[in-house]
Design a protein around this ligand. Structure first.
Ligand SMILES: Cc1cc2nc3c(=O)[nH]c(=O)nc-3n(C[C@H](O)[C@H](O)[C@H](O)COP(=O)(O)OP(=O)(O)OC[C@H]3O[C@@H](n4cnc5c(N)ncnc54)[C@H](O)[C@@H]3O)c2cc1C
Ligand code: SF4
Length: 354
């Protein structure tokens, strides 16, 4: 049985206290929300903070409210410690942000969603076959650059870590135009979600070590013609990290797309927007030909590496299918058969490799 290393635990009741305690020693302190990512990582000695600051007792972080008015975004404000279960049961999410509902509802299992939070999901550690292993396994390969070693075993000449962004909610929140608030003793700053991430498996967040992600703010989308969808590829349909994903949010004026964002997940160390796919779609109707063209162009920006589940070539080829599926869904197609078909393919590949 893997045991947690020793650590000091502190449980603030206000964001101000949390920020002050974090500022005391940011290099050796980590924030603990649901712990569904951080605690297993600590057991594997991937992350070894001396102090954990628990966020669950800070009431203002557990609330969802409407009409924040933040930076012109007057939709929904979601506290960082809102659990994914709470998020998916919120009526506004399912009604106005269906893509976010789909993404959050597909994270892990019901038990993990009861504990896991939106803030923790956005700050989720990047993943890699050579990293998500026990300490002894990693020691046997002389560790790797992301923790305790010098070499990247995925690409030995790579100067940077290529671990994969594996958060389900970040791609769709980016597509929906969300912002996040980062709070420290120096004050608060609001950044577009796209700017929270860097394409570096070790330094995948632009968040400073002394900053707390306090809330996610979404623009108002009800009655404005917006539709959204999220499709992911994973080994076990009931609970697994994405190994490729497509998030689409589009605003329609009648049958015509007037604004659109296409964002891919799990194909790099950060969510990747395809401006080219958006350019193909904007100003047009979602015909079969347009969907085929946009998904081919969109899949072009995916450069996944061979460091997560499934065979690389198949995984890359599925990006196109995922984008096309998301576009068909926002067009209003009945996608139940396509979902079953992808699940069958996942199952088939799982039983072949077992
Ligand atoms: C079996 C299994 C399957 C899983 N499947 C999926 C999946 O399909 N999709 C998926 O996306 N995830 C998956 N996860 C990962 C995890 O359960 C979720 O991402 C969850 O939402 C993480 O949230 P948390 O609150 O538990 O984060 P924690 O574990 O508490 O924290 C995760 C990271 O975020 C940081 N953090 C937390 N809150 C904040 C904050 N407010 N400000 C700044 N930093 C913060 C922590 O310091 C830590 O680095 C899976 C996990 C397991 C064990
Ligand atoms: S991509 Fe390379 S450095 Fe990063 S975790 Fe994997 S093996 Fe380690």
């Amino acid at each position: 049985m893997m045991r947690l290393p020793g650590f000091r635990y502190r449980a603030p009741r206000t964001v101000a206290d949390a920020a002050a305690w974090l500022a005391e020693n940011p290099a050796d302190t980590m924030l603990l929300a649901g712990g569904t990512d951080l605690l297993p990582n600590m057991k594997r000695r991937q992350q070894t903070p001396g102090t954990l600051i628990g966020l669950r007792a800070i009431r203002e972080l557990t609330e969802i409210s409407s009409g924040d008015g933040l930076d012109g975004l007057d939709g929904l404000t979601i506290g960082a410690a809102v659990t994914l279960s709470t998020l998916v049961s919120h009526p506004d999410i399912r009604q106005n942000y269906p893509g976010l509902y789909q993404a959050a509802a597909q994270v892990a299992t019901p038990h993990l969603r009861n504990m896991g939070t939106i803030g923790g999901n956005l700050c989720l550690d990047t993943r890699c076959t050579y990293y998500d292993q026990t300490y002894q396994w990693r020691k046997a390969i002389d560790f790797c650059m992301k923790k305790d070693g010098d070499t990247c075993w995925v690409a030995t000449s790579s100067p940077r870590c290529l671990a994969v962004s594996s958060t389900d909610t970040a791609p769709i929140l980016q597509a929906l135009g969300a912002s996040v608030t980062l709070q420290s003793t120096r004050g608060a700053r609001v950044v577009a979600l796209a700017d929270l991430y860097a394409n570096d498996g070790m330094h995948y967040l632009t968040r400073q070590p002394d900053e707390i992600l306090t809330k996610v703010t979404l623009p108002a989308m009800d009655g404005a013609g917006w539709r959204s969808a999220y499709w992911k590829l994973r080994r076990r349909g009931s609970f697994d990290f994405p190994v490729a994903a497509a998030a689409v949010a589009a605003q329609f004026d009648g049958p015509e797309i007037v604004d659109v964002r296409v964002v891919l997940g799990a194909v790099a160390s950060r969510p990747v927007a395809s401006d080219q796919a958006a350019a193909v779609l904007r100003g047009n109707r979602l015909t079969d030909d347009l969907i085929a063209e946009a998904s081919a162009v969109g899949a072009d920006v995916a450069r996944p590496m061979d460091n997560t589940d499934f065979e690389l070539v198949w995984r890359k080829s599925m990006v196109r299918t995922l984008i096309a599926s998301a576009l068909c869904e926002i067009r209003g197609d009945d996608m139940r058969a396509r979902r079953r078909q992808i699940a069958r393919q996942e199952l088939l590949l799982t039983s072949r490799s077992a």
